[in-house]
Design a protein around this ligand. Structure first.
Ligand code: ATP
Length: 348
């Protein structure tokens, strides 16, 4: 296949331990040019350690990191064409916004005129021109975040590494900056690798993402691939909302629970099994062999309603999402029968 030429960044069997903690445990990943890539996982899964190894602040115990095919392991952080934007922004408080941006380019001893030109351009693209002469403590949280980003972008790295870049912002601003970051990445044509523990953020921003747990890579793919076909139960639970039902696969290959029967596209031998189904892939059915569920709560979400309930027989919790007007027909305490979209169900 010619689809995937030499990746911009190849992480090859990289491992790092701190004492007895295996922070990163043999991770291999390819990241492509101009990609917005998210490293996602629960606290302590090794995201930051991996990012710090890419930036050169930690040395891997094993494995290689290749940039455009070259091993960058021997290079010190400042010699790497990768720039890390810290969670804390690390702006110089005594310098103006412009001086903060100038600093990195002055260190590179670029001519004054070029510095001015590049800084002006970056201030404009990050909507900061009006704040060029302010100091960081005269800026809002979102503006500081943009300055930190501008300071990294102005150096035109091949890869920008961002550790929880939106962590300090409130929800509204976070959502705005997610789209903003995506736009900037697109315009600058720089590969972004972002660390986040917020799955929604990763789904919104990333072209592709990797899910880590206990230092190991569980799955990498586009948001759609991971949402639609999570490789295991942990990923299924971590990304989006998922219902899990304990039951069994019968002789005909269908999933059976509480006397109900559900055809599933995924093949699985007979025996005990867990069915995973997203709330949007369950619906009320008139069929006799639907799964009896007693509604315990109805939540209105604008366009649709989320109905929460328990299976009548085995008392397993479950939620399903239906259009708001259809949801009006139901009330708490009522029993309905559910069917699932066979193509979207997964068996674990
Ligand atoms: P978070 O989302 O909480 O920032 P993370 O996924 O970024 O977590 P890391 O910071 O990479 O996780 O840490 C991975 C593991 O390595 C954790 O168990 C952590 O306690 C451990 N660890 C990280 N840095 C060090 C260190 N310098 N010394 C000892 N242990 C460390």
């Amino acid at each position: 296949m010619t689809e995937n030429p030499t990746p911009l960044l190849r992480i090859d069997q990289v491992a790092k331990s701190f004492g007895r903690t295996r922070a990163v445990d043999g991770v291999s990943l390819d990241i492509r040019e101009n990609e917005f890539f998210a490293l996602l996982g629960p606290s302590g899964c090794g995201k930051t350690t991996l990012l710090r190894m890419l930036a050169g602040f930690e040395t891997p115990d094993a494995g290689r990191i290749l940039l455009s095919g070259d091993d960058i392991s021997p290079l010190s952080p400042e010699k790497r064409p990768l720039n890390l934007m810290f969670q804390s922004y690390a702006l110089f408080p005594h310098m103006t916004v412009r001086q903060n941006l100038n600093y990195g380019l002055e260190m590179e001893r670029l001519p004054k005129a070029e510095i001015r030109c590049r800084v002006d351009e970056t201030l404009a693209s990050t909507d900061l021109s009006a704040f060029a002469d302010r100091k960081p403590d005269q800026l809002s949280g979102g503006q500081k975040q943009r300055v930190a980003l501008a300071r990294a972008l102005v150096k035109r790295p091949k890869v920008l590494l961002l550790d929880e870049p939106l962590g300090a912002l409130d929800k509204k601003l976070r959502e705005k900056m997610q789209l903003e970051l995506k736009r900037l990445q697109h315009e600058a044509g720089i590969t972004f690798i972002i660390v986040t523990h917020d799955q929604e953020e990763a789904l919104v921003m990333a072209d592709r993402m990797a899910i880590l747990k206990d230092g190991r890579l569980l799955q990498a793919g586009t948001p759609e691939e991971i949402y639609e076909a999570p490789g295991d139960r942990f990923v299924a639970n971590f990304i989006g909302v998922m219902n899990f039902l304990d039951g069994e696969i019968d002789g005909g290959g269908a999933f059976a629970v509480d006397g109900s029967r559900h055809p599933v596209a995924m093949r699985h031998g007979p025996g005990k099994a867990v069915l995973a189904v997203r709330p949007e892939h369950a619906s009320v059915t008139a069929r006799e062999d639907g799964l009896p569920v007693v509604i315990s709560d109805i939540a209105y979400h604008g366009l649709d309603r989320v109905l929460h309930g328990r299976t009548r027989g085995s008392q397993q919790p479950l939620q399903f999402r239906i259009p708001a007007d259809e949801g009006q027909k139901y009330s708490v305490g009522q029993e309905v029968k559910l069917a699932f979209n066979a193509d979207k169900c997964r068996i674990y």
